[in-house]
Design a protein around this ligand. Structure first.
Ligand SMILES: Cc1cc2nc3c(=O)[nH]c(=O)nc-3n(C[C@H](O)[C@H](O)[C@H](O)COP(=O)(O)O)c2cc1C
Length: 342
């Protein structure tokens, strides 16, 4: 048992009477307030060098922070100190928006899972651009995840994403196009052939653009999406977002299963890995993949790399296992590399 699971996590999980969003806000505030010295101490404990290159970008290690944890980039310098080899901020939208009503974030503890229906609560693309301008370089690659503003009709989605892209691309090492959140009505229809082709046609050309996909797509739908990605020159795929399925929940968590939103964590592990494998096979490795979904230990990370992921990201695993998971996942990659070399 790590210090995190024995001492830190119980405190965080009790905050605000067990309100998961309170714990999230508290953690972000604390991380944002860390000075340079504690960050250096943390870095010496958690940062594992395991360099890798993907879509033309060099990463100090292949374990990233998934989108949604630090939507507005308030705690950016803390993430590399906790060992992350890259950070994806956002999802941000062209217009600031409050997201859905609270409560909108739920822990399913026995299942090591989370259900969220945050709905892209964020301060908007311009605020993030200002924050990034002030902050300067992060020291690790930065991905910026873009979504559609809720008030923007689907027919005007391309212009909405473009507005965010124009404001933010100077700060990004890659852009993630989020067309797979289940919490913005209609968003997932942007994964369809013609809508995605139009969106990628507008966004591809500058910084590497990766498409984040839903785990609820069928294989034929993914195959079609991959064709569009390849034809449009997308740099890669991020697989996967949260699922609308409710399989694999522990009995104690069944009452929570009825909450609307996307499910993440352990119940998603196998589905996400299968999709990564499918994408890898279907493209013959031509589209680099960021594997995300249900990585809770070093073995999950290793298997995600084996399935074809060039990089991985953590969200729910970080909630349940803390920064030791970042280190363990990076070590899993480094060790596999050593074994592969003669
Ligand atoms: C509370 C919460 C908020 C999220 N917000 C976003 C988001 O804004 N954009 C996005 O692309 N994914 C978002 N995600 C999805 C994660 O980035 C990730 O794809 C998903 O949770 C699966 O990984 P995990 O099982 O490690 O959590 C969110 C997930 C959670 C739990």
């Amino acid at each position: 048992m790590s210090l995190f699971t024995s001492a830190v996590r119980p405190v965080l999980f009790r905050l605000g009477g067990g309100d998961a969003e309170k714990a999230h806000e508290f953690t972000l505030e604390r991380l944002a307030s860390l000075g340079a010295r504690p960050r250096a101490l943390l870095r010496s404990r958690y940062a594992v060098p395991a360099p890798v290159e993907a879509f033309g970008v060099r990463f100090p290690n292949p374990v990233g922070l998934a989108a949604g944890m630090d939507k507005n980039g308030v705690a950016l310098p803390a993430w590399p100190a906790l060992g992350f080899g890259f950070v994806e901020v956002g999802t941000v939208t062209a217009k600031p928006q409050p997201g859905n009503d609270q409560p909108r974030l739920f822990r399913l503890r026995d299942s090591e899972a989370v259900i969220n229906r945050m709905g892209f609560n964020n301060a908007g693309a311009a605020a993030l651009a200002a924050r990034l301008a002030e902050l300067g370089p992060l020291g690790v690659p930065l991905g910026i995840s873009l979504g559609k503003s809720k008030v923007t009709p689907l027919e005007e989605a391309v212009e909405d994403y473009l507005t965010s892209y124009r404001l933010l691309h100077p700060y990004a090492d890659y852009i993630a196009v989020n067309v797979s959140s289940p919490n913005t009505p209609g968003l997932r229809t942007l994964q369809d052939r013609s809508a995605l082709a139009a969106l990628l046609g507008a966004l591809v050309g500058g910084k590497p653009v990766l498409v984040k996909i839903a785990p609820d797509l069928t294989e034929p739908a993914i195959a079609e999406l991959l064709e569009v990605c390849l034809a449009a020159g997308a740099a890669g795929v991020i697989a996967t977002n949260t699922t609308l399925a409710r399989d694999g929940l522990a009995a104690a968590d069944q009452p929570r299963a009825a909450e609307a939103g996307g499910l993440s964590g352990r119940p998603l592990t196998e589905r996400a890995r299968k999709i990564v494998h499918f994408v890898h096979e279907e493209t013959g490795g031509r589209l680099p993949i960021i594997g995300v979904g249900g990585i809770l230990d070093a073995d999950d990370a290793a298997r995600m790399f084996d399935a074809g992921a060039a990089l991985v990201q953590l969200y729910t695993g970080f909630i349940y296992r803390g920064p030791a998971l970042v280190r363990a996942a990076a070590k899993a990659y480094a060790t596999a590399g050593e074994k592969a070399r003669p």
